[in-house]
Design a protein around this ligand. Structure first.
Ligand code: KG4
Ligand code: ZN
Length: 386
């Protein structure tokens, strides 16, 4: 390509970007006044490809494709995850749109269709007012697939783009449905990569007041499960076996960490050294009690810090979020603690605990209302700062 041609292409791209940016504000203005807001959201931060459609904060569809390819490796293989996202993303978005709109909706006459080719058969896409995607944190290759797909769609459809932080979205999963916590609330977010206590003053005013200094709670579950010979991800399997075990049979290390921070690497080491001392066949014979005791220790560490956070902030609306919030022991433990201390507790339905695009959609909805849009230059980031 000649230099002149390159410049021409650059100018054309810039023009398209400016158009999308300007339209963001036009759409926001229009919507806030008299129209409902429809968001298509994409989540691809780790090993689930998910898409969701949300109208005015109500989730119409939440489609999730799990990647089983990682099971044989004992953990997520980033390159395989990216490839699977590339295979999954089109059918997953298609399924989310079809579930949300079984009949093709009538395109909104107030929104101009910039490209007539997009009117049919893609009229489902024309009802979408904004495209949201997980921007950070996560595996960079996985994030890239979702980000590029969302950006391409935003550019092609001339719709605004909304970048969403995955950890913020886990917290706001609690705003899906009718039983929402009032602000301010505390959220214990426990996932495979992060463990945080978040003080939420409003949907977009969130502050991390405590976090793990090493392993996340989900990692503690998964690494302990691996030591017990269970496949990845081991968290749900520990949960399953723990139901039939006695949590007080074995005692594992509970680290003493200052303030509202957590540490789980000592627990993993304590399980490792304990198992090394045992006779062959010990794990098989004691699997349920081992799982129950490990789970009990993790939950104890989490709930003790949550209690401290309530004492420090005086906030008594308490939520949990993230993959580990699907754990039955934690859900029960939180409820019991809430009853004992007079907290109002909120636990998201299972489908909104592990990674899902509905939580991205609900977060994007609040960002839309606040006029927080992204330019097409925004790139994904593996890092967790927010
Ligand atoms: O939030 P999530 O789906 O993905 C990340 O953002 O990391 O969390 C995944 C983590 C994994 O570590 C998995 O083992 C754990 O959540 N997990 C559970 C349960 N279900 C998922 N841990 C304990 N009990 C469960 N029932
Ligand atoms: Zn997550």
């Amino acid at each position: 390509m000649t230099r002149g041609k390159k410049q021409e292409t650059r100018n054309k791209n810039q023009g398209a970007r400016d158009r999308v940016r300007n339209e963001c504000f036009t759409f926001a203005h229009l919507k806030l006044e008299n129209l409902s807001t429809c968001i298509l959201a994409i989540e691809s931060s780790c090993d689930e490809t998910s898409a969701s459609v949300c109208v005015d904060g109500k989730i119409l569809s939440n489609f999730i494709a799990n990647q089983t390819v990682h099971e044989q490796y004992g953990g997520v293989v980033p390159e395989l995850a990216s490839r699977a996202h590339m295979q999954n993303i089109v059918p997953v978005v298609d399924a989310a749109l079809s579930n949300a709109f079984p009949q093709p909706p009538t395109p909104n006459p107030q929104l101009q269709t910039p490209n007539p080719k997009l009117q049919t058969p893609n009229s489902k896409l024309q009802t979408i007012d904004a495209i949201a995607f997980t921007q950070a944190p996560g595996l960079i290759g996985s994030l890239l697939v979702g980000a590029q797909f969302a950006k391409s769609l935003a550019l092609a459809l001339n719709k605004p783009l909304i970048a969403v932080h995955h950890m913020q979205a886990h917290v706001l999963a609690n705003l899906i449905g009718d039983n929402k916590p009032a602000f301010p609330f505390l959220c214990l977010t426990v996932s495979g990569g992060h463990t945080q206590i978040v003080l939420a003053r409003s949907p977009l005013d969130l502050e991390v007041i405590g976090e793990t200094i090493d392993d996340a709670a989900g990692e503690a579950f998964d690494k302990s499960a691996k030591l017990l010979g269970l496949p990845y991800p081991g968290g749900p399997l520990i949960d399953k076996h723990a139901k039939d075990g006695n949590p007080l049979t074995f005692k594992f290390a509970e680290p003493q960490i200052p303030e509202l921070n957590f540490s789980f690497s000592g627990l993993k080491t304590s399980v490792l050294y304990f198992l090394k001392k045992q006779e062959p066949g010990f794990i098989e014979k004691n699997l349920d009690d081992l799982c129950a005791s490990i789970q009990y220790t993790i939950i104890n560490i989490l709930l003790k810090k949550l209690k401290k956070a309530v004492q420090q902030t005086g906030v008594k609306n308490i939520c949990i979020a993230g993959g580990v919030s699907a754990n039955n022991g934690l859900r029960k433990g939180l409820q019991e603690m809430g009853e004992k201390h007079g907290w109002k507790t909120f636990i998201p339905p299972f489908e909104y605990c592990t990674d899902n695009a509905a939580m991205i959609a609900i977060t994007a909805y609040y960002k839309y209302l606040a006029g927080e849009f992204s330019s097409l230059e925004v790139g994904p980031s593996a890092r967790a700062e927010w």
